[in-house]
Design a protein around this ligand. Structure first.
Ligand code: FCB
Length: 439
């Protein structure tokens, strides 16, 4: 195995709606995901996050498991509608209390809390008032961040503003497959712009509230390969790279949207300076690469799938070398001060067998190969500071419900029992391997 850089953080990631449950408890307001799940036909099997992994109540036991794992950091998200049930205005102290307890419990276990302020659960009242396509939602987000920073800012050393604005914009606002289920490209592009803008504003708020903390954003990024060396396929790959990667990296790191793209975001004076406010780290979520060829009819890039390639249960190709290439390229082209892989992992059809355990050799192999790719990227100059496995627990996989298991800990949904999978023990041993043995 390649060398592990000094101080490298080993983590695991989750998100509020996917694990917390307790959807109507202690004054939590409705989020767009509650509404989406309640809309027939939107989520597989009619699943919802109403109970999920019941992390809201079971977090002390889960932190015990994290301690057994030897985790350095735990990435979770804060549910905006728990803190501000009406999106803005009156603060729900009981909701904030939960995150206060969670943070204190993590710190007591020696685990760094790594909160994300927005992992997709927009308060439904704000969606009804225009949602992310409206600039007012970006303004409301900043008020929410002020409230959270005021309560937790004395203890949080790493803040993530947003998780995957690309997915929120495109899958939620153009394709309608995620909440809020809109189907307008114009709205998707406006939503992304307002997410980026609110990231910049939030960064300024967090810097004022917690000057020593590190602030970053998490993007889903994917390496793109052309299916052949033909000029048309190479152009298609460049176009795909624009849509998947440069569209958000350029404004964040260069203060300008790419000039080779035809999108027209609703930019106002000063927005791009705000969006490109320097950040302390870039979080990269990565699960697959794209292979593309030019469309026969001159349309956009066409994604090609090799039916013989190894795939996860999501139908995503397993291709660790692309993660290495992606990290080295992002470091070279955008020079972030620090980078974390904030999500990486795989769903497989895990079953609990007669010995009561869950044997997941494919996930262990996936994690091992991808960790190696990250460490090789670090050796090749990318400023890698940590790796977070997605996910700590099996959880609610958005429109696919509970059908896809990404956890290194299995969740038996009828009883909510936790069963560490073999990959959990592999990760525990990896984490332990870099710590000096106690004589
Ligand atoms: C990412 C999301 C995360 C999870 C993984 C599988 O896009 O950030 O919540 O669903 O995919």
């Amino acid at each position: 195995m390649t060398v592990i850089p000094d101080g490298f953080i080993w983590g695991a990631a989750t998100a509020a709606y996917q694990i917390e449950g307790a959807a109507t408890e202690d004054g939590r307001g409705e989020s767009v995901w509650d509404r989406f799940c309640a809309t027939p036909g939107k989520v597989r099997n009619g699943d919802t996050g109403a109970v999920a992994c019941d992390f809201y109540h079971r977090y002390p036991d889960d932190i015990e498991l994290m301690r057994e794992l030897g985790l350095d950091a735990f990435r979770f998200s804060i549910a905006w509608p728990r803190v501000l049930p009406d999106g803005r205005g009156p603060v729900n102290q009981a909701g904030l209390d939960f995150y206060d307890r969670l943070v204190d419990s993590l710190l007591a276990a020696g685990i760094t809390p790594f909160p994300t302020l927005f992992h997709w659960d927009t308060p439904q009242v704000l969606e009804d008032a225009g949602g992310w396509p409206a600039r007012a939602t970006a303004e409301a987000f900043v008020e929410y961040v002020e409230v959270v920073a005021d309560r937790l800012g004395d203890r949080i050393t790493h803040w993530v503003t947003h998780n995957e604005p690309w997915v929120v914009a495109w899958i939620g606002h153009a394709w309608g497959e995620h909440a809020p289920g809109r189907t307008s490209e114009t709205e998707a592009i406006a939503a992304a712009h307002h997410l980026l803008l609110s990231h910049g504003w939030a960064t300024e708020v967090l810097r004022r509230a917690a000057p020593d903390a590190e602030v970053g954003i998490v993007l889903n990024l994917e390496h793109v390969d052309a299916a052949s060396d033909s000029p048309a396929d190479l152009d298609a790959a460049r176009e795909m790279d624009g849509m998947a990667n440069r569209w958000l990296l350029d404004p964040l790191f260069r203060g300008a949207y790419p000039t080779d793209m035809s999108y027209e975001p609703p930019v106002q004076d000063g927005d791009l300076a705000t969006i490109s406010t320097p950040i302390d780290f870039l979080g990269v979520n990565n699960y697959f690469r794209f292979v593309v060829r030019a469309s026969d009819n001159g349309g956009g890039p066409h994604v090609v799938k090799d039916p013989d390639a190894p795939m996860t249960d999501m139908g995503w190709e397993v291709h660790p070398e692309s993660l290495h290439k992606l990290l080295v390229r992002v470091a070279r082209d955008y020079a972030p001060r620090a980078m974390y892989v904030t999500e990486n992992g795989a769903a497989f059809g895990d079953v609990r067998v007669h010995d009561g355990l869950v044997h997941d050799p494919e996930r262990t192999a996936y994690l091992e190969q991808h960790v190696d790719a990250v460490l090789r990227a670090a050796a090749d100059g990318a400023p890698m500071k940590g790796y977070f496995a997605w996910s700590f627990l099996d959880n609610f996989e958005w429109s696919l419900g509970y059908a896809k298991r990404f956890g290194i800990v299995y969740v038996d949904y009828p009883t909510l029992e936790r069963v560490p999978k073999d990959s959990f023990y592999w990760y525990r041993d990896l984490i332990a391997s870099r710590k000096p043995a106690i004589a």
